[in-house]
Write a protein that binds this ligand. Structure first.
Ligand code: KG4
Ligand code: ZN
Length: 331
């Protein structure tokens, strides 16, 4: 089954072609970062208009790359939500119109399910069951994943998501938009000089809370006589140490609690080098394995939507009504 996937939930237009027998055939992405940078964040109306401009040329690009035609497509997947309403509407309208014109089924995919399944696009795909850490700009969740569509929430953030904490802290440090990756790069050049709290590190549950950490950064920034380059690097260093220590410890707790030996990491913060280093070390001590998507599939992309959609469409065609109902993704 050949599935065309569209991602348009925020500031990236992603299109991909996934074949259930041959795997990922092609993917293309247009990032709107440069367009929104001047405004210090995503402007929803500009995002919607840009998705309209990009979606069809990107579709043509993936078809050409895979030497396929529209007529060969068996199904269309699109991000249903969560995301910016206008941006989602563009992807939904294009996907459903194409599906109607081609007389093929279309399926709306939960954006988080896309992220969650992104590591399965890799060659050494992890086997079920596994614990998933999903850390993006909007979510920080620990899930138990027993199969496609079989997800149990183990822990969640009580306030800011990990990526949101990176972005807001970056703003406090004057690092502009999008701040998370910039903050992470500066943190790698910083040293242990300041101390920030580790919120909920020792709480008995698997939940997170990052908004207090951001406030602690604000207090620390206000105390500095001068926010010179090295001070910014050192604050970034300690902030990254705090977030990655909390995420690592909670992941290990989740592995212990579920008695599983496989951890899968996805979402934009999953691209963080220090987080990967800490998780790899901690997992090795437990004799557990960690899988990540390639860096470009940590952040938003069309491949994860084409893949998740292909799994759903395939199941709808081959399985009973009851088993496809298991695809509800409740978060
Ligand atoms: O998954 P994603 O593309 O979007 C959402 O669905 O939210 O994740 C974007 C988030 C942003 O908050 C960004 O700052 C963060 O991921 N991010 C990072 C890194 N790369 C992206 N955070 C920390 N370190 C990174 N290297
Ligand atoms: Zn995302």
């Amino acid at each position: 089954m050949l599935v065309l996937g569209f991602e348009s939930s925020c500031d990236e237009t992603g299109v991909a072609l996934y074949d259930t027998e041959q795997g990922l055939l092609a993917h293309a992405l247009h990032s709107q970062i440069a367009m929104h940078a001047a405004y210090g964040g995503v402007v929803p109306e500009l995002a919607s208009r840009d998705h309209i401009r990009r979606a069809l040329p990107l579709t043509q690009q993936v078809l050409t790359h895979a030497s396929k035609t529209l007529q060969e497509i068996d199904g269309i997947a699109y991000t249903q939500g969560p995301g910016l309403a206008g941006a989602l509407l563009v992807g939904t309208s294009i996907a459903q119109s194409l599906a109607f014109a081609l007389q093929v089924p279309s399926v709306g995919v939960h954006h988080l399910e896309g992220h969650l399944l992104a590591p399965l696009l890799e060659e050494n795909r992890p086997a079920f069951p596994f614990v998933a850490l999903l850390v993006s700009g909007g979510h920080s969740q620990l899930m138990r994943v027993d199969g496609i569509g079989q997800y149990a929430l183990l822990g969640d953030t009580l306030d800011d998501a990990a990526g949101e904490a990176f972005d807001k802290t970056a703003k406090l440090l004057g690092l502009g938009y999008p701040g998370g990756p910039t903050l992470s790069k500066l943190a790698d050049l910083g040293q242990a000089r300041f101390q920030l709290p580790r919120p909920m590190l020792n709480s008995p549950d698997l939940n997170f809370s990052f908004s207090g950490l951001k406030t602690a950064v604000l207090t620390l920034v206000n105390k500095q006589p001068q926010l010179d380059d090295q001070t910014v690097r050192d604050i970034a260093f300690e902030f990254q140490e705090s977030v990655t220590e909390i995420l690592t410890l909670k992941c290990m707790k989740a592995l212990k609690q579920t008695k599983l030996k496989r951890l899968v990491v996805s979402g934009g913060v999953g691209a963080n080098t220090r987080l990967r280093q800490r998780l790899n070390e901690a997992a090795a001590k437990r004799g557990a394995q960690v899988s990540y998507p390639r860096l470009e599939f940590c952040t938003d992309n069309g491949a994860m939507i084409a893949f998740a959609g292909a799994m759903r469409l395939n199941a709808m065609q081959t399985q009973t009504e009851t088993s496809t109902q298991a695809y509800s993704f409740s978060v």
